[in-house]
Ligand binder design. Structure first.
Ligand SMILES: *Cc1c(COP(=O)(O)O)cnc(C)c1O
Length: 377
């Protein structure tokens, strides 16, 4: 049995460091917004090459608090990818603004800068590129378009901790980056957590206020804020895990390379992710495309290989977004991706031998599907 992601093994590999972090917090007697959060914020900001980091409750809050800090709300539009985890859209909806979906580049899965300009209206306030599956979105063209139209750029970095674009780690290419530390992310806590990185000092101050009841001084409230703080305990655990993130990402890159070599000749039936010439992916997931995706997933499951679909339903086709009135066929590229994508096992504890086993299972399944459809034709 090869699991899609072995979170238990990942965390047990650091059992001693995680227990030490827990004891430090327990013994400190201080459990919310203390030393550990402060230290994590400065360590993660430095790691990302950003001037500021503000820890918050989760990735969704990281996204929506930035939009609030920019006073984006009802009547405003925000450009989002048509294919993303629904949290990107929800953040826009939660502040009362309207998500305006833009279709991806068919090769990279990331938002297509050439299509962004067509979606801009007088109501547009911001663009939210998502570094989907860990691969950096094309930030230079996106920032250039945004600057020309006076728009903010909020990056959704939830899947891309440690990825780099044009030689620089993600963290401050746009105006702000929202991060999630959900357990399964490349940098994952043992519970919920999130953060925003940015070079904008004013934004950081506003976020510190918004995350803590709109308050900078205890019991004095400047605005109608929220309770969305990164836990002291989660910050301590993240500090223990941050030093291993780069090695974990390199291990993921080696697995990706092994897949790319072992599966290359199955093209065009099986479409593999491509490598960007100007960016280094964090390889959060390794996503292949196949016209008979569900049959492929079933065959792999029967062979003991765990897979996940990121994601089975496009955001505009979710009941939650029926009110936008974007029916089936409205965003055909996103819809086709959602029908065809399948994520293979990848993670910092996956062995070469396990990857080899996944490769032979995928090869057998793809070739069997090919000869079946040949027989049917
Ligand atoms: C995980 C994820 C989020 C949300 O993060 P949470 O911490 O679960 O709220 C947002 N965007 C993307 C692209 C994600 O993958």
């Amino acid at each position: 049995m090869i699991p899609f992601l072995d979170l238990r093994a990942i965390n047990l590999a650091q059992r001693a460091e995680l227990l030490a972090a827990f004891e430090r917090v327990l013994d400190s007697g201080w459990y919310v917004l203390g030393q550990e959060v402060q230290q994590f914020e400065s360590e993660y900001a430095a790691w990302c090459g950003a001037a500021h980091c503000v820890g918050v409750g989760n990735g969704l809050d990281a996204l929506s608090l930035v939009l609030r800090a920019w006073d984006i709300g009802p009547g405003d539009e925000v450009i989002v990818p048509s294919n993303t985890y629904i949290a990107t859209w929800l953040a826009v909806t939660h502040v009362g603004a309207t998500p305006v979906p833009v279709e991806p580049d068919s090769d990279s899965f990331n938002i297509d800068p050439a299509r962004i300009e067509d979606a801009i209206t007088p109501r547009t306030r911001a663009v939210m590129p998502v570094h989907l599956y860990g691969r950096p979105a094309p930030m230079d063209p996106i920032v250039e378009i945004a600057r020309r139209h006076g728009l903010r750029v909020l990056e959704d970095g939830a899947q891309a901790h440690g990825a780099s674009y044009r030689g620089q780690r993600l963290g401050a290419h746009g105006d702000a980056v929202a991060w999630s530390f959900y357990p399964g992310k490349n940098l994952g806590a043992l519970g919920d957590g999130g953060a925003v990185t940015s070079n904008d000092a004013k934004l950081a101050v506003r976020l510190r206020q918004l995350r803590n009841y709109g308050s900078q001084r205890k019991y004095h409230n400047e605005e109608v804020g929220f309770n969305s703080r990164l836990d002291e305990l989660q910050a301590a655990l993240l500090r223990a895990k941050l030093p291993l993130l780069e090695a974990g990402n390199q291990h993921r890159a080696a697995i990706a390379q092994q897949y790319l070599e072992g599966l290359a000749d199955l093209s065009p039936m099986l479409r593999l992710p491509t490598l960007a010439s100007d960016a280094q992916s964090a390889w959060h997931v390794f996503v292949v495309r196949h016209p008979q995706r569900d049959a492929l997933a079933q065959a792999l499951a029967a062979d003991g290989v765990g897979t996940v679909i990121h994601y089975p339903v496009a955001p505009h086709l979710q009941p939650a977004y029926a009110f936008l009135g974007l029916g089936r066929g409205a965003l055909p590229m996103s819809e086709a991706m959602h029908r065809e994508v399948l994520s293979l096992p990848i993670g910092p504890t996956q062995t070469q031998e396990q990857t080899r086993q996944v490769i032979s299972a995928v090869r057998a399944a793809v070739l069997a599907l090919q000869s079946n459809s040949g027989a049917a034709a």
